[in-house]
Design a protein around this ligand. Structure first.
Ligand SMILES: [Fe+2]
Length: 167
């Protein structure tokens, strides 16, 4: 658009994370503890659109979590292998997968995998459920953001470190 009569820019800032897919050699403090053997590295917390993109890294095997999604999820597997026993496909290094809203599944990492890493673009919330489908917890861009903020403060990067990922 060449109309420059209005000088106000209503866009939010762009966001660039150099080495965003790096799994090795990163500052370990970037990885936010999520659960036993599970950490995530945020790439964006979209508070304006209700989604987040992060890399989930799992260094344990077996069931990681059982959950239901309220929004769509896109996943790119970067390392290792994992699956949902509810479905007949496996995510391996290089796999792209889509999880539809409403899907309930159990993330399982097989015993021969020492490290699994995948980029998840998740809109809406994760509703964690037990084996009977009863809710045990909920997570969304705001709870992830809070977790990261507290972690960065604890490890000395400062709570404000998280702000570069917020849009
Ligand atoms: Fe999922």
């Amino acid at each position: 658009m060449s109309d420059t009569a209005h000088e106000v820019n209503y866009q939010v800032d762009d966001l660039v994370v150099p080495g965003g897919l790096d799994l090795d050699g990163t500052d370990e403090r970037l990885w936010v503890p999520q659960a036993d053997g599970v950490v995530f590295r945020p790439l964006i917390f979209s508070v304006s659109q209700g989604y987040f993109v992060n890399i989930l890294r799992v260094r344990r095997t077996g069931t990681v979590s059982r959950h239901r999604h309220t929004g769509p999820v896109h996943a790119f597997t970067l390392r290792g292998r994992w699956h949902y026993p509810e479905h007949d496909w496996w995510a391996e290094e290089g796999t792209y997968s889509f999880e539809p809203p409403g899907d309930v599944h159990t993330l399982v990492v097989p015993e021969d995998v020492t490290e699994m890493a995948a980029l998840f673009h998740a809109t809406g919330s994760y509703l964690y459920v037990d084996e009977k489908g009863g809710p045990t917890g909920v997570e969304d861009v705001f709870t992830k953001l809070e977790k990261a903020r507290n972690h960065y403060e604890r490890v000395g990067l400062g709570a404000s470190y998280v702000e570069q990922f917020i849009r």
